[in-house]
Each structure stands twice: as C-alpha cells, then as structure tokens.
Design a protein around this ligand. Sequence first.
Ligand SMILES: C[S@@+](CC[C@H](N)C(=O)[O-])C[C@H]1O[C@@H](n2cnc3c(N)ncnc32)[C@H](O)[C@@H]1O
Length: 294
Amino acid sequence: MKERSHRTPERVDWANVELPETWADRMTRHPLSALINMLRHPFRKRRKIVLPEDLPGRDRIPKYALLEFHHLPNGNYSDRVSRGYITGFERSMLGAMPWLRGRIAEDLADHDVVLDIGSGGGKTVNHLRSKGHSEVWGLEPSPYLLRHACRDYPEDRFVQGVMEDIPFGSEYFDAVSVSFVLHEMPPHYIRKGLAEIWRVLKPGGRLLVGEPSPAHYRSGLLEAIQRWGWRGLYFRTLSRKLHEPYIRAWHGMDFAAALEAQGFKVLTVDEGMPVKYWVIEKTDAAENPAPSPP
Ligand SMILES: C[S@@+](CC[C@H](N)C(=O)[O-])C[C@H]1O[C@@H](n2cnc3c(N)ncnc32)[C@H](O)[C@@H]1O
C-alpha cells in the first residue's frame, strides 16, 4: 500500500492564462451569429473537438473527451460556449444541481479536506468552502472551464487533471465528490478513476456521487408523466435527445460491482429523479486492504 503523502500539484493562475480561440469561439463572436449558430448546430453533422496546438495543458486532456456532446460546438473546449454552458447546464437541471450540492455539503459536514472531481464552473467547490470546509480543491480537464471557475471564484483552488490520474499524494483527502461526471466517461476509465479515488482518500474517507438517474431514462413516456408529471416528461426527453456519447454505457455499467471490486462500501443509494445519489466509504485499510484495480 502507498504511504500517506502531502503532495499537492503546482498551482497555475488559470484566471490569467492566455487561451487560444477555437472554431466555436469564432462562430459565436457576434451575439446574432452566436444565436443563429447555436440554434442550427444540433441539426448539423457533429464535428470533432479540435484542441488548438498551443493550448496550455493540452497533453492532460484525454482522447475520449474529444467527442462532441450536449450538441455543444467543441464541447467544453472554447471560451464562449463553455461560459454559456455553465449557466445553461444549471438552468436546464431545474434546481437539481443546488439540491445536489446541498446534499453533498450535508453529507460531508465532518470532512475537511475535499476534492471535487470534474469541477466545471466551480460551483460545488465554492459551495463547500462557503459551508466551512477548510481545504477544497476542484479538478477539471478543460482549461477554459478552469479559467471561468478561477475568475468567478478567485479564492477557491482549481487544478487541471482527470479522475483517472489525480495529481495529489496518497491518502490526502477526507472526502471526494463527483457530480455529473461519470456519465461523460467510458466505463474502463471510470474503473481506473475509482482506483485513483481509493488511493487519494484516507481510510474511512467518503466518496459522494450524483449522476443522471436511470429512473426517467428507462421509463416509458406515460410512466414518466404519471410518476413525475411534466418534470418527468422533460427529463426523460432531455436524457434521450441530448447527445451524450457515453450515456448508454453509463446506464449499462454495474457501478455497484465496480465500487465493490475496488473495496468501497456503499452506505446509501437514493435513486431519485433526475439524480441518483450514492454515499460511499473507503473501508478501513487495515480491515480491507486495497485491492488491485480490476
Ligand atoms: C456536466 S459537467 C458537471 C460540472 C460540475 N461537476 C457541476 O456539477 O456543475 C461534467 C464535467 O466533468 C468534466 N470531466 C469530464 N471527464 C472528466 C474526467 N475524466 N475527470 C475529471 N473531470 C472530467 C468535464 O470537463 C465537465 O466539466
């Protein structure tokens, strides 16, 4: 087993890093062309994500993230579209994200040093710090989202990286949160990421996960309306029509088995709509030595 380590990554001042424009920035430069292009984009042939050659941190961005998703031109890799995405994602979830952040903060009340994986625009990191957690870090692959997060929340800490290669020492964190990230990753990388989370968590540490629920994704049209009314219809349509390259793989994955294979213990699972939420614990290493990644 690896020794506990206090290694933290070198911090980059992402708020002031120069980032090159991408094709998505060029097509949304003027408000009117932005509107027209964003409305037309879902009906066009999907274009691959292109990372500028001189993009800082380019080598740390995994290839599987370079598929377009959510019908967003160049995905999370542009200045303007990713800025709009932060607000758009929040609104499109109709209050589910503030609810999820509230749950995470409640379930982490006794956990001080926290890592939020896939921190996006930084809202979870900021929320946790506002609730008194002394050291909260956000980990995010997109330099553009990192820059927005650092500009919006200059007192918070954000670093570039991915769940399957976490740039912190072993057993550094009391807790890790992951919200709406795993469904954007192929299952093989989710399993690698769980091994990394195991490594950076202290024994007895917590892992909290909130992801799109299978409840509305799998239900029939009438069933969705009967159970949840117009919200059911809305989230069922969203989950089936929004382009997400790995969503079927996520819903087909046996996440409970992957957690168990890694040695984690699931404390509670709440299959709500639109969020499925897990409270998970890294079992005491002495009681259950860390297995090798599956
Ligand atoms: C739907 S957004 C959610 C953002 C944020 N967690 C929230 O709740 O507002 C998904 C985020 O996960 C990030 N992401 C995708 N693959 C990742 C990986 N392998 N490791 C860490 N973050 C990843 C994306 O760049 C994006 O910012």
